[in-house]
Ligand binder design. Structure first.
Ligand code: UD1
Length: 424
């Protein structure tokens, strides 16, 4: 298993370019299941989750070719509408095949994802919506088994906005008979991007980016060529990294318009954030000011940047209150940050951080994707050596993060553990 070793204290100075968005690329790959023919996607990030989704499409019977950051997917050949436990357990976003499979193949068998490190994460809203559209749902042996005729348009209201739930139903509704209206839909930029991709394929969707999305079903969709938008969470992570290391980073290909909630908080904390060309320059000055944070669905503060902000606020002087409203158990990074000297108390969905201006390097363990990023950031800003183990979490969502950080001055390297000697 790989580990990342960081010697903290270097300022990050220079330019870094943001890769394509994982959470936009995955639903697009799923959308190909609605088409016959070969779609091409450019600016696909090189990540473990993309490889897992590629394996899933191949398992279903599709053909995927990858050349650097370009993926060609032919899903017309899909025969077996089943997503097995082995793939779904490593990546919850596998659930995104459910809507497209049932819409096009009239049948889907997808392993239930189960809980994960950050919460229970049920899929009841995905199932409720597909049932409203006429699918018959059975849950057996840990699998969701769905059958349907041609899905029918329906009015569906989500109790709470769900990103992959909105995406799943938008894809299913694109091929349904009649009009589907999704109320209290997710407004995340990746949902908007998927709607644009589906419209390029021939779907008729409007209202994306608002609470109410209307989908007028069509008979068929066609393959497309599309370039994936930049990853706002990767961009936000580098912005926080620059702030924490008193750095001066030009973050290129940065979707700044999607990061308003972060920019407001960084400025409040005393960080300079200035748009420059296709990106943003982030300059961290002396002392970080503590600012309170409350996560919420877009356009609120993203839960996927909460752990990184917790690391930053551990370096501030003063008290910070972080409230996590999206997931019920997203403070797994806290006990590891404490090992680095952070003073953090958890009370339910709230973390209270008493920043003391510094962190100290320590061996720590990554527990989920964004928690891993927060530990790397803490390591960059801490005194001495930090060793982050279980970095496979990081590889799910950050393309070559240690290389990008080393190129702007971080003392960071990846080491592979020697294989254990066989016991005889
Ligand atoms: C997506 C993102 C993830 C991000 C999250 C919230 C992808 C691949 N992943 O995850 O990075 O952290 O949005 O921005 O895009 N819920 C239910 N029932 C459901 C579905 C969701 O109760 O059927 C709840 C969840 O438990 C959670 C909340 O709704 O509390 C939001 O979750 P959701 O938006 O669905 O997250 P994901 O789509 O899984």
């Amino acid at each position: 298993m790989d580990r990342i070793i960081i010697r903290g204290g270097n300022r990050l100075i220079g330019e870094v370019t943001i890769s394509g968005a994982k959470n936009a690329a995955l639903p697009m790959m799923a959308a190909t299941l609605l088409t016959e023919g070969c779609s091409t996607f450019r600016n696909i990030p090189e990540l473990r989750d993309i490889v897992t989704f590629k394996t899933l499409i191949e398992h279903l019977g599709g053909k995927v070719e990858q050349e650097g950051h370009t993926l060609r997917i032919e899903s017309g050949t899909v025969k077996m509408p089943e997503a097995p436990y082995e793939l779904v357990k490593t990546m919850r976003a596998s659930i995104l095949v459910l809507g497209p499979l049932v819409a096009r193949m009239k049948r889907a068998r997808v392993s239930l994802p189960g809980g994960c490190a950050i919460g229970a994460r049920p899929i009841n809203l995905h199932l409720m919506g597909l049932e409203r559209m006429g699918a018959k749902v059975r849950i057996e042996h840990g699998y969701v088994d769905m059958t349907a005729g041609r899905l029918k348009g329906a009015d569906i209201c989500f109790d709470t906005p769900t990103v992959t739930g909105t995406e799943n139903l938008m894809m299913a509704a694109a091929l349904a008979e009649g009009v589907t209206v999704l109320e209290n839909a997710a407004k995340e930029p990746e949902v908007v991007e998927l709607a644009m991709v589906l419209n390029k394929m021939g779907a008729r969707i409007d209202g994306m980016g608002t609470d109410t999305i209307r989908i007028d079903g069509v008979e068929e969709l066609r393959p497309i060529v599309h370039t994936v938008m930049p990853d706002r969470i990767e961009a936000g992570t580098f912005m926080i990294a620059s702030a924490m290391t008193r750095g001066n980073l030009l973050i290129r290909n940065c979707p700044l318009e999607d990061l308003d909630a972060l920019v407001v908080k960084l400025k409040e904390a005393g960080v300079e954030v200035t748009p420059e060309g296709d990106g943003v320059r982030v300059v961290g000055s002396g002392q970080i000011r503590s600012v309170d944070i409350k996560t919420s669905p877009y356009p609120g503060f993203p839960t996927d940047l909460q752990a990184q902000m917790a690391a930053m606020m551990s370096m501030a002087n003063g008290l910070t209150v972080i409230t996590e409203t999206v997931f019920e158990n997203r403070f797994m990074h806290v006990s590891e940050l404490r090992r680095m000297g952070a003073k953090i108390k958890i009370d339910g969905r709230t973390a209270i951080i008493k920043g003391n201006g510094r962190l100290s390097g320590a061996p720590v363990m990554a527990t989920d994707l964004r928690a891993s990023a927060s530990l790397v950031l803490a390591g960059l800003a801490a005194d001495g050596k930090t060793e982050v183990s279980r970095v496979y979490h990081l590889d799910r969502g950050y393309e070559r993060i240690e290389k990008k950080l080393a190129a702007v001055g971080a003392d960071i390297k990846r080491v592979k553990d020697a294989p254990k000697a066989r016991q005889v």
